[in-house]
Design a protein around this ligand. Structure first.
Ligand SMILES: Nc1ncnc2c1ncn2[C@@H]1O[C@H](COP(=O)(O)OP(=O)(O)O)[C@@H](O)[C@H]1O
Ligand SMILES: O=C(O)C1=C[C@@H](OP(=O)(O)O)[C@@H](O)[C@H](O)C1
Ligand SMILES: [Mg+2]
Length: 172
């Protein structure tokens, strides 16, 4: 069955837009991070703190593979790092997978993430100045993986509705 996958850097809107797309298409939506949290009954922050990032990345890959093999159509919002570890980007090439990169500038991501960092362990302890530089470098490093997506949607200056419409146009 078909899987519609949203990927991109933290704060680009994967979770938010996947939810809206689901409302518009009636295709069920699953947030990979949420599924991981439910699986171990810990928040992402707690998983990083108590079990470490390597444990998180292994679990992330396992749950991602499970979702790709699920028998139903699904919209899947990945975590920002999902395609960047353990060759997960190769999984995007599978049959019946439509992958969309929500592409955002460093400025857009910075604006969104400064007020939204506490639940994101990778950036939680950074001050504003450190954060801008970190996002710029990290996004550059990860872009190779994000660019493996079949489609790219630029989200700078777009509202949630406009981005949802841009994606619906791809699905049409
Ligand atoms: N198109 C948009 N315009 C403005 N704010 C947005 C938009 N999309 C998402 N946001 C906001 O950005 C923040 C991060 O979104 P989220 O969906 O959690 O991103 P991700 O899952 O990619 O990390 C949220 O507060 C959300 O409301
Ligand atoms: O970029 C990353 O490595 C991560 C992004 C997060 O997801 P969001 O992109 O939804 O914030 C979450 O999976 C975890 O904190 C690690
Ligand atoms: Mg998310």
């Amino acid at each position: 069955m078909r899987k519609i996958i949203l990927l991109g850097y933290m704060g680009c809107g994967k979770s938010t837009i996947a939810n809206r797309l689901s409302n518009s298409t009636n295709i069920p939506y699953i947030d990979l991070d949420k599924m991981i949290e439910e699986r171990v009954n810990l928040s992402i922050k707690e998983i990083f703190e108590q079990r470490g990032e390597i444990y998180f990345r292994k679990l992330e890959r396992d749950v991602f593979i499970e979702l790709l093999n699920a028998p139903e159509n699904l919209i899947i919002g990945l975590g920002g790092g999902t395609p960047c570890y353990a060759n997960n980007h190769e999984l995007l090439k599978g049959e019946n997978i439509l992958s969309i990169y929500l592409k955002a500038s460093v400025e857009t991501l910075f604006e969104r993430l400064i007020s939204n960092k506490s639940k994101r362990p990778i950036i939680a302890d950074k001050n504003d100045e450190e954060m801008k530089e970190f996002i710029a470098i990290h996004l550059f490093e990860r872009s190779f993986y994000y660019n493996q997506a079949q489609y790219k949607v630029n989200i700078d200056g777009r509202t949630k509705d406009e981005t949802t419409q841009d994606i619906l146009a791809i699905l049409a």
